[in-house]
Design a protein around this ligand. Structure first.
Ligand SMILES: Cc1ncc(COP(=O)(O)O)c(C=O)c1O
Length: 386
């Protein structure tokens, strides 16, 4: 019989999470665009990353289905997985980010791990914004580099730290911060990096296809000099996969040394076809116009009600709550009212800074936003947040 002692820590850890209001449970979600069935209940969906609604676009779906000759090539890129569609997609992504080349990874998470671990090593120092996404934090740790965390978007602090450091230096930040929705001070950050001979890396998962000229992301918006662009295709583009856009030699280094690129199966061809179809649609600008309108409308309504929204400048709008327990209760009550918003807690954000992370899409129309704000008001009064 198996010893109970061997796995006693499992129960202890779960009990501790429960006690601290940090236990996570999955809900079953069937997305229907701006709405979703959540555990069988019809809701307004306010936690989608499909910011432009392209995952449901008929043309995109048609192209993916037409390309569906096999589910996957069941092989890594360097063995037998390098479908011509991936090469075509990489060309389009490089044009989009205005870089010499782009390399597709199976996810944005693996793109972060793959790029950072290939360029950083134990003699490097990485300067990382304190609010960077978990995938960046994991990438930095895995690289074995020395990690210096600078205060969020604080360019004085970055300058202070980088100035005193010798050797290979890398500065890494998000473009739009995933849990706060604010924008990195990229122009200053990239200038400081340049002056200190550091490589600039930007994970633009939430700014890509949403901001900047040609919707090519936050670095282009600020004319920031960025060496390595990392992004996800499962957000603004409404598809799947991740990519790294950079100079040709850096891509070659990744192909040759990035373990998350080499030792994993390639993104299936039909998903590349979907992304190839989605890119020109994302560049037309009509969907962003709707999205920006929704951001302005909802932000105003929530501010008028008295909610504290954090420093968002994007489609990600954190409604600040504070205590973890209250945020979870608020989210559950919103669900009862037919509004689906996730409570974001430690360790994703700092302890005591739990929030409801609203993300808006171009698919929402005024009636969704009015109903959502109405539900927020009702629950805000009931829970004492307002
Ligand atoms: C900033 C950031 N980077 C990377 C990722 C990972 O992207 P993917 O979902 O494609 O793995 C996410 C996903 O939530 C993210 O928010």
């Amino acid at each position: 019989m198996a010893s109970k002692h061997k796995t006693a820590f499992v129960g202890e850890r779960l009990d501790s999470l429960e006690k601290n209001d940090l236990y996570r449970r999955m809900r079953t979600v069937v997305v229907k665009g701006p709405t979703a069935m959540v555990d069988g209940k019809e809701t307004i969906h306010l936690c989608s990353n499909d910011y432009l609604g392209l995952s449901r676009n008929r043309q995109v779906i048609k192209k993916a289905v037409e390309a569906l000759h096999e589910v996957s090539q069941c092989s890594s890129r360097l063995i037998a997985g390098n479908h011509p569609k991936i090469m075509k997609l990489e060309g389009l992504l490089a044009d989009h980010r205005r870089t010499e080349s782009a390399l597709v990874y199976p996810t944005g998470y693996s793109a972060n791990l793959g790029a950072v671990t290939a360029i950083a090593h134990k003699n490097s120092t990485i300067f990382s914004d304190e609010l960077n996404h978990a995938s960046i934090i994991d990438a930095c740790r895995l690289s074995g580099a020395t990690i210096q965390v600078f205060r969020h978007n604080d360019t004085n602090h970055l300058h202070e730290l980088i100035h005193q450091t010798k050797g290979c230096k890398i500065v890494i930040t998000e473009g739009i911060f995933s849990m706060d929705g604010d924008t990195a001070r990229l122009q200053e950050i990239s200038t400081i990096a340049k002056e200190n001979d550091a490589i600039t890396v930007v994970d633009d998962a939430h700014g890509d296809f949403i901001f900047g000229p040609g919707f090519s992301g936050v670095p282009a918006e600020f004319k920031a000099d960025v060496d390595i662009h990392i992004s996800s295709m499962s957000k603004g583009l409404g598809c799947f996969g991740g990519y790294v856009a950079t100079a040709e030699p850096v891509s070659e280094l990744l192909i040759n040394t990035s373990r998350q690129f080499i030792y994993t199966s390639a993104l299936p061809g039909h998903l590349c076809s979907a992304a190839i179809a989605a890119i020109p649609l994302a560049k037309r600008g009509n969907l962003q116009k709707k999205l920006y309108r929704n951001i302005g409308y909802f932000t105003n309504a929530m501010k008028k009600l008295g909610f504290v929204l954090g420093g968002s400048s994007s489609q990600i709008i954190p409604v600040m709550i504070g205590p973890e327990k209250l945020a979870v209760e608020f989210s559950k009550e919103l669900l009862r009212q037919g509004v689906f918003v996730q409570a974001i807690r430690y360790p994703t954000v700092r302890k005591g800074s739990a929030r409801l992370r609203v993300s808006l899409t171009a698919m929402h129309v005024q009636k969704h936003l009015d109903a959502a704000a109405g539900a927020f008001e009702k629950v805000g009064r009931k829970t004492g947040v307002l």
